[in-house]
Write a protein that binds this ligand. Structure first.
Ligand SMILES: Cc1cc2nc3c(=O)[nH]c(=O)nc-3n(C[C@H](O)[C@H](O)[C@H](O)COP(=O)(O)O)c2cc1C
Length: 195
């Protein structure tokens, strides 16, 4: 079974986008689609970036733990709010910390806003950043507008049927890309060992 990490990006007091991370984790578990865990940037409390992890002389345990979690994930869902037409600094801070860990990592993006546009500008920005990091962004996306109307604090969707349909398309696309990635990696390993 694939292992999916859900990166919850907002570290803001009273954050709302975390509700979407909770919903997705619950949805994946309920439907037995994959193993999943939330990587919560609020809990990591990373300092402001001063160097990439691989070049740091004394990286903290939490940075190493974060890198390992991303590296060992078969796929990642990034849940991010839009701040001033972009992604929050907390997310960029964490992305820049790593490099190889993002390489060919299947990543599905869910952007969140309290307004009507569902974080569409953050989505474009994040896609570009992840392309630079050589990650594989999955074509399906899950933009969430009016987040406080759509989810309660525990991540329960107000309209389960509609949200579950959207989540199903979103996560199945990620699972397809995870499988494609796995098969390519395996066939690459096989062709190298048979030479
Ligand atoms: C600093 C800041 C900037 C924001 N900028 C935008 C924006 O550009 N576009 C938008 O749709 N919403 C914007 N919002 C509203 C957020 O979408 C809304 O507050 C959302 O709940 C933020 O996610 P969070 O609660 O998980 O931090 C902004 C909110 C904050 C705090």
């Amino acid at each position: 079974m694939a292992h999916i990490s859900i990166l919850s990006s907002s570290v803001r007091n009273g954050r709302k986008s975390h509700r979407v991370a909770l919903y997705l984790q619950h949805y994946i578990k309920e439907n037995n689609l994959a193993e999943s865990e939330i990587i919560d940037l609020r809990a990591y409390k990373f300092p402001v970036f001063d160097e990439r992890l691989r070049l740091q002389k004394n990286p903290t345990e939490t940075m190493i733990q974060f890198a390992d979690k991303i590296k060992l994930s078969d796929g990642v869902i990034i849940v991010t709010p839009e701040y001033n037409g972009s992604i929050p600094a907390s997310l960029k801070n964490a992305i820049d910390l790593l490099y190889d860990e993002w390489h060919r990592k299947p990543i599905a993006i869910s952007t969140v806003s309290s307004g009507l546009f569902g974080g569409s500008q953050a989505l474009v920005t994040l896609q570009f950043i992840l392309w630079k990091m050589h990650a594989w962004t999955v074509p399906a996306m899950l933009p969430i507008a009016s987040v406080t109307e759509l989810f309660d604090e525990e991540g329960v969707a107000a309209d389960q049927e509609v949200m579950n349909n959207l989540a199903s398309i979103f996560i199945n696309e990620l699972l397809w890309c995870i499988e494609a990635n796995k098969r390519m990696t395996e066939s690459h390993v096989l062709s190298n060992t048979s030479q």
